[in-house]
Design a protein around this ligand. Structure first.
Ligand SMILES: Nc1ncnc2c1ncn2[C@@H]1O[C@H](COP(=O)(O)OP(=O)(O)OP(=O)(O)O)[C@@H](O)[C@H]1O
Length: 493
C-alpha cells in the first residue's frame, strides 16, 4: 500500500534520512522505532510531504504521493503529528468535524447526516463526547490527543500516520487508544504507521517494526526483532533483557539501570533468620534471592525474601489455598508479595536443615517430609488426591549466581536428590507397590543469592549441581526417618 524507495531527505543539503526502502501492506500495523535524533520525525515528514524528498519516491497504492491533490490525499491518509496546531478557539466537536471535510460534497460543503453519524461514532469510541462543547484549549494534553485522534478517524482514512500518539497519555489511555487503533486495523482494514517510543507497547500491538539508527534502518522485521538484545543495546545504549510476556507470546523488554551494583552479602550464614513454631516455618533473608518455585504463592521465577511452610490439618481442603496462605501471612506480618508459601500436614518441628560447602559455594536445604501419598510417577495407577499426610516440601538456598537455565538445572538436581533418597529408603507407592518417585503434592524451591560469576549450569555434571543433589538427598532421608519415627509413635498417617 505505502511504498518508500531510496528515500533521502532532511533539513539542509546534508540528509538526515539516508536511503530508506520500505513496503507497508494494506491492513498492517507498522511501528517505527529508534532513539532520540535517529530521524523518525524527519522520515515521518518526508512521507507526509511536510519536507521535500531530496531523492527517492513515496507512493501510495502505486501512485506517487506528491501527485495526489490535497483532497485526494485527505481521503486516503490521516495524519496525527507532534505539531498539530489548532489556532482558533474551536470546540472539541468543531475540531472533530473538520475531519469530515474531505468527504463533504457540494459547493457550500455542509455536514450531512452521515457525517454527523461518523462524528458521533468517533466521539463515542475515543471517549471525547463528554467534552464535545468544551473549547479545545480548555482540555488536558491527553484529552487533546484523543480529540485529534477522533478527528483523524472521522476522516475515515485507509491509512493512519501517527507520530508518538501516546506521548501525553497515561497507561490506561495509552492502552485504550492503541486498543482502539488495533480494533480499527482488524475490523476496518486500517493501515497504521506509528512512531512509538515504548518498545513494549510496540511489541504488544505492531505486526512489524523498523529500527532506525542514524537515518537508516538497522532492521525491519516482525516483533521478534525485539529479542535481539545486542542490537537494542547498541542502538539505545542501555542494558536490555528480553523476556516473554507471561500470558501472550510476545517479547517484553526489561532495562537494567547503570546504578545497580553487585549486592553485598558478606556472610551467607548470617544473612537470614529461621522462625519455626507449630504453625509455620519462616526463613527471612536480609535481601531478596532469585527464586524458582512451585509454591502455592510466589510461583515461577521471582526475587523473594521470605520463605514459608505452613502447617495445615490432615483433612485440610480449600478451593483457594493461595488466599488462605496470604491471610495467614498477613496475620503473622509476613509480606506475601515478597514470599513463597508452601503448606504441609507434617509436624513442623520435624523440619530438617542440612548445609554443605562446595569450594566457596554454601548450600542449605530445609525439608519437611511425609510419605503417606507416595507415588510412582511411572505406574499405571490413576493420579489421586488423598488426605494422608504425604508431602515433601523442599527449600534449597544457594550462595551462587545462576542464570535462568541454571535455576531449571538446579531444580532437576534437587529432584534427583529427593528421588534417590526415596529409592534408597525403599519408599513405595501403596497402590502400585513399586518404588515411589515423590509424593502427589511435593513443593520445591531453589533460591540463589546471585553473588559472584554467573553460571549457566547446575546439573549433576557440575560441582554446585552435585552439591544440591547431595544436600537434598541427606535432608530428605533424615526428614523421612523423622516422619517414620512419628508414625510409629503416634500413628499419624
Ligand atoms: N527543523 C530542523 N532543522 C534542522 N535540523 C533538524 C530539525 N528537526 C530535527 N533536526 C535534526 O534532525 C535529526 C533527527 O531529528 P528527528 O526529529 O527526525 O529525530 P527523532 O528520531 O524523531 O527524535 P525524537 O525521538 O527525539 O523525536 C536530529 O539531529 C535533529 O537535530
Amino acid at each position: 500500500m505505502l511504498s518508500l524507495k531510496n528515500v533521502v531527505g532532511g533539513y539542509s543539503n546534508t540528509p538526515i534520512i539516508k536511503g530508506i526502502d520500505l513496503a507497508i501492506e494494506k491492513g498492517e500495523f507498522f511501528a517505527l522505532l529508534g532513539p532520540n535524533g535517529s530521524g523518525k520525525t524527519t522520515l515521518f515528514k518526508l512521507i507526509t510531504g511536510q519536507l521535500p524528498l531530496q531523492k527517492g519516491e513515496v507512493s501510495l497504492s502505486g501512485q506517487s504521493l506528491p501527485s495526489f491533490t490535497k483532497l485526494e490525499k485527505a481521503k486516503k491518509i490521516a495524519v496525527l503529528s507532534q505539531e498539530a496546531h489548532v489556532s482558533f478557539d474551536y470546540t472539541v466537536e468543531e475540531i472533530i468535524s473538520l475531519g469530515r471535510y474531505p468527504h463533504q460534497k457540494g459547493f457550500l460543503k455542509k455536514l450531512s447526516k452521515e457525517d454527523w453519524n461518523v462524528i458521533e461514532n468517533v466521539m463515542e469510541i475515543t471517549k471525547t463526547k463528554q467534552f464535545q462543547k468544551t473549547q479545545f484549549r480548555m482540555i488536558s494534553g491527553g484529552e487533546k490527543q484523543r480529540v485529534l485522534l477522533a478527528k483523524a478517524l472521522a476522516q475515515e482514512p485507509e491509512m493512519l500516520l501517527l507520530d508518538e500518539p501516546t506521548n501525553h497519555l497515561d497507561i490506561k489511555h495509552t492502552f485504550q487508544m492503541i486498543d482502539l487503533l488495533k480494533k480499527w486495523q482488524q475490523t476496518k482494514g486500517l493501515t497504521i504507521f506509528a512512531i512509538l517510543h515504548d518498545l513494549n507497547v510496540a511489541s504488544l500491538y505492531a505486526d512489524r517494526v523498523g529500527l532506525l539508527h542514524h537515518g537508516k534502518f538497522l532492521e525491519v522485521g516482525d516483533i521478534n526483532t525485539l529479542r535481539k538484545e545486542d542490537q537494542l543495546e547498541k542502538v539505545y545504549e542501555v542494558q536490555v533483557k528480553t523476556q516473554s510476556h507471561p500470558t501472550i507470546p510476545k517479547p517484553q523488554l526489561l532495562m537494567t539501570p547503570n546504578y545497580v551494583q553487585t549486592n553485598e552479602w558478606r556472610n551467607f550464614s548470617e544473612s537470614f533468620s529461621i522462625e519455626q513454631n507449630e504453625k509455620y516455618i519462616h526463613l527471612q533473608f536480609n535481601q531478596p534471592l532469585r527464586t524458582i518455585s512451585n509454591g502455592v504463592i510466589g510461583e515461577g521465577i521471582q526475587w523473594i525474601q521470605h520463605f514459608c511452610n505452613f502447617h495445615v490439618e490432615k483433612h485440610y481442603h480449600c478451593s483457594e489455598p493461595d488466599k488462605d496462605i496470604r491471610n495467614w501471612m498477613e496475620e503473622y506480618n509476613i509480606p506475601h508479595h515478597q514470599a513463597v508459601g508452601m503448606m504441609t500436614a507434617v509436624k513442623l518441628e520435624d523440619m530438617v536443615v542440612c548445609t554443605k560447602r562446595m569450594e566457596d559455594i554454601s548450600i542449605m536445604a530445609v525439608v519437611t517430609a511425609g510419605i503417606g501419598n507416595a507415588v510412582d510417577i511411572s505406574s499405571k495407577e490413576e493420579a489421586r488426591q488423598d488426605v494422608k499426610i504425604g508431602t515433601i516440601n523442599t527449600m534449597v538456598f544457594i550462595d551462587a549466581h545462576f542464570s535462568d537455565g541454571a535455576l531449571v538445572n538446579g531444580i532437576m538436581s534437587a529432584t534427583e536428590g529427593k528421588v534417590k533418597a526415596l529409592q534408597d529408603l525403599q519408599i513405595k507407592d501403596p497402590l502400585s507397590n513399586t518404588l515411589a518417585s515423590g509424593t502427589s503434592t511435593d513443593s520445591l524451591l531453589l533460591a540463589v543469592t546471585q553473588q559472584g560469576e554467573s553460571t549457566p549450569y547446575a546439573g549433576s555434571g557440575t560441582l554446585v549441581g552435585k552439591g544440591i543433589g547431595e544436600v537434598v538427598y541427606e535432608a530428605t532421608a533424615k526428614a523421612v526417618k523423622k516422619y517414620w519415627k512419628r508414625v510409629k509413635v503416634n500413628d499419624i498417617s
